[in-house]
Design a protein around this ligand. Structure first.
Ligand code: GRF
Length: 203
């Protein structure tokens, strides 16, 4: 049985594409059963459609209250009965109710707990760090605060700006995501407080 993934996106969807490509190998252990978004007309949705994957869109503005949107998003995700939900560049926070229903992973383009929020690469450049990177974590109630599943470092070059650093981070971030999600699908995940163990070895 392959693990069922629902991936939520808000933009370009290159992390989603990496997962779609990995899932083409039956030995990978997972399949993307649906892709959801908080907006239409984005490359992430187009990537899913090209791959023949079901899609859905739930826009915050279409609901009177944020809570209603969150419930509708949760219902749409639940329809696909995922073992894991992957936020791959999804630019919305989801509620504790959503997180209680689904094991939800997110990637962040910085080494948590440094530089949480929308501007990880820019904040790393502005601070002057020499090493940044990418973090895969289990989403909790905070902003990029959840238990860490995997991290990969990226050296900051003297002439980097936020964009060039983010692009280099994204290339290792995609591989990190593919590796970790595959291991979780095949071997499971154990979360004890802040400590995460994937399969038989510390993640
Ligand atoms: C990634 O760097 C992710 O960490 C951040 O937004 C970017 C999404 O890229 N939250 P993409 O849409 O997967 O290309």
């Amino acid at each position: 049985m392959r693990a069922r993934l629902v991936v939520l996106v808000s933009g370009a969807g290159t992390n989603l594409q990496a997962l779609i490509d990995a899932c083409a190998d039956p030995d990978y252990g997972a399949e993307v059963v649906a892709v959801g978004a908080d907006r239409g007309d984005i490359e992430g949705l187009a990537r899913a459609e090209r791959a023949g994957i079901a899609t859905f869109v739930r826009r915050v503005d279409d609901f009177a209250e944020r809570q209603q949107w969150d419930r509708a998003l949760g219902a749409a995700v639940a329809d696909f009965e995922p073992q894991v939900v992957v936020l791959a560049g999804f630019m919305k926070l989801v509620s504790p109710d959503f997180l209680a229903r689904f094991l939800t992973l997110n990637t962040h383009p910085a080494l948590c707990p440094s530089f949480p929020g929308m501007h990880g690469p820019r904040d790393a450049i502005d601070y002057g760090v020499k090493v940044s990177g990418a973090t895969l974590f289990v989403v909790d109630g905070g902003v990029d605060t959840g238990p860490i599943v995997a991290q990969v470092p990226v050296l900051v070059a003297d002439d980097d700006d936020a964009e060039s650093l983010h692009e280099r981070i994204k290339s290792v971030e995609r591989q990190m995501l593919v590796d970790a999600v595959g291991r979780i699908a095949r071997d499971g995940i154990e979360i004890t407080g802040r400590r995460v163990r994937v399969g038989g070895s510390a993640g």
